[in-house]
Design a protein around this ligand. Structure first.
Ligand SMILES: [Fe+2]
Length: 275
């Protein structure tokens, strides 16, 4: 028996839909080029990753005749290959490592992200895995969350994914931190449904390059999509900023979710925005 009175909150699993039972799928680490090869060696030695655990390694020739540079690799750590093969993809942990491979003369959002943090290493995004990406995506859109891509099919992996806007507050610079949401092993019906839904974007570049180009475009334009639009962020702040964290009650949270839904509704139908 503990003295601390823990509030009898209902078990989350009681009301949380299955698609919100996220698991970490992978994370993406941005590294200064000086750390890139060393990190590879560390993953191959200390973390015990074999050649077969290097899931991909992508290269690019940024300038013709200058030769290829490695942009990124992904390493699987912690996969339990000894147990049943079936759900192996769901038990593994993956780290994707990215260096700014562009020549010094060429801009790079990865370099910007690292320099913006005065850091030679930065965790960029964490990919959360859901059992129903379509349901989650819909749910998030209905609450005003911004995504920089529709749901995409990875060309190399049996995986569908979407990327959120970055976490930063109005007026602050982009943080370089965002979320990816993924679903592994999507069934053929779902794939067909998604394919019909976003015809133009479906056959994009392989997704890593698709995301890479999207982020580069954002950083060059100076307009980085935030997780929440400034107006929605400020709306939430208007009621929550003056409170201590422990003063934020259920009533406030219901209000916040309501505001998010209302904001998303209005944004979707700007013509009915009267009043
Ligand atoms: Fe990712």
């Amino acid at each position: 028996m503990t003295q601390t009175a823990t509030a009898q909150t209902p078990s989350p699993s009681g009301h949380r839909p299955a698609f919100l039972n996220f698991q970490v799928d992978h994370m993406t680490l941005l590294l200064d080029p000086k750390m890139y090869n060393v990190s590879y060696a560390i993953f191959r030695t200390l973390f015990g990753a074999g050649q077969e655990d290097i899931l991909y390694e992508k290269r690019k020739e940024w300038a013709k005749g200058k030769g290829e540079t490695s942009m990124t690799f992904a390493v699987r750590i912690g996969a339990d290959q000894a147990s049943a093969q079936q759900a192996a993809a769901l038990r593994q942990t993956i780290v994707a490592v990215v260096q700014p491979s562009e020549p010094e003369s060429q801009p790079s959002h990865v370099r910007d992200m690292l320099e913006g943090h005065s850091a030679s290493a930065h965790w960029q995004h964490i990919a959360l895995r859901t059992s129903d990406l379509l349901a989650f995506h819909q749910y998030a859109l209905q609450r005003g969350i911004n995504f920089i891509t529709p749901i995409l099919k990875d060309a190399d992996e049996d995986l569908i994914q979407t990327f959120s806007g970055e976490w930063f507050f109005p007026g602050a610079g982009p943080s370089g931190l965002f979320f990816e949401f993924v679903q592994r092993n999507p069934n053929p019906n779902l794939l067909k449904k998604l394919e019909e839904r976003n015809k133009e974007t479906w056959f994009r570049d392989r997704t890593f390059l698709g995301l890479y180009a999207e982020k580069e475009k954002e950083y060059r334009s100076g307009t980085v999509t935030p997780f929440l639009d400034p107006r929605l962020f400020e709306k939430l702040q208007s009621r929550l900023a003056s409170k201590k964290l422990w003063e934020i009650g259920e009533e406030d949270l219901r209000w916040a979710e309501g505001e998010m839904q209302e904001y998303a509704r209005r944004k979707k139908q700007p013509s009915t925005q009267e009043g």
